[in-house]
Write a new protein. Structure first.
Length: 276
């Protein structure tokens, strides 16, 4: 399956149709605001818009399934009608199916298919590209805290992602549909996140395209905090762009970011650097 057919790392712009997301909760809850923001991200260079209606920030609580679907349907429908690629950020099979009915191009499940027993079935039946993320959680919904990764987070992520991809393929999802995400910031310490980034070439050399989602995560906010500077989520955008440049230079399939312009610059620099 052709995942966008680009000769560089893809840039996924984030549109949170939520009331409580970590960095922009409530800004794009209205459909028109969400669509306008998506247009701006595309103008800045996004290749695909990731539409989510349920926050996984620390302390988040899950929204009702019908509310999640109601939020994403009109946004995906409108963007699809304009020829803009979209992905749906959801852990619910019913929401993924609703998004597919509106023309979504990719299913992005941060639980890797574990939160909903019907998710792999929907992935298989729609035939859409999917992204399976690593998140070791007793109950999916709140990404805070640090899970027990057995003393070796890189090995744990590698082994869990292998199980998730096997699960998906056993349910009928084609190998060519699958991409993976090591899950930076999801029940992981700063040390875990840096270890995973250090090991990124190992993941990229694996069987599946790799998505990197480091944008505005706490471990990147700490870069400026350590120097005594302002360290809001937005202040982490330069550090995010640095991760984007390095990940793109290594051959990551996609980066998922809030601030598209600087990360698209970083992707383009990496592409030209690698091409000489």
């Amino acid at each position: 399956m052709d995942l966008f057919g680009l000769d560089r790392t893809a840039v996924m712009g984030i549109v949170n149709v939520t009331a409580d997301s970590f960095s922009d909760g409530g800004k794009y809850l209205a459909t028109d605001d969400a669509i306008a923001h998506a247009h701006e991200l595309v103008k800045q260079g996004a290749d695909i818009i990731d539409v989510g209606a349920e926050s996984t920030r620390p302390g988040a609580t899950r929204v009702p399934a019908e509310v999640e679907a109601e939020r994403i349907r009109p946004v995906i429908r409108a963007l699809h009608a304009e020829g803009i690629r979209t992905s749906v950020d959801t852990m619910r099979a019913a929401t993924a199916l609703a998004a597919a009915e509106e023309g979504v191009d990719l299913i992005n499940d941060v639980s890797g298919g574990l939160a909903d027993p019907d998710m792999y079935k929907v992935m298989a039946e729609t035939g859409l590209p999917v992204c399976l993320m690593h998140w070791r959680a007793a109950a999916f919904g709140d990404a805070s805290g640090a899970a027990d990764h057995g003393g070796d987070v890189v090995r744990d992520v590698r082994e869990v992602l292998a199980r998730l991809t096997d699960n998906a393929m056993a349910a009928g999802v084609a190998k060519e549909q699958i991409t993976v995400d090591p899950g930076l910031g999801f029940a992981k310490t700063a040390e875990d996140n840096w270890a995973l980034l250090h090991a990124l070439p190992e993941f990229i050399a694996g069987e599946f395209p790799v998505l990197v989602g480091a944008s505005r995560k706490r471990f990147l906010m700490a870069i400026r905090e350590d120097r005594g500077l302002a360290h809001t989520p937005v202040d982490a955008d330069p550090a995010t762009a640095a991760v984007t440049a390095l990940a793109a230079g290594m051959g990551a399939w996609c980066v998922r970011v809030h601030e598209v312009a600087v990360s698209r610059d970083a992707v383009d620099v990496a592409a030209r650097w690698n091409n000489g």
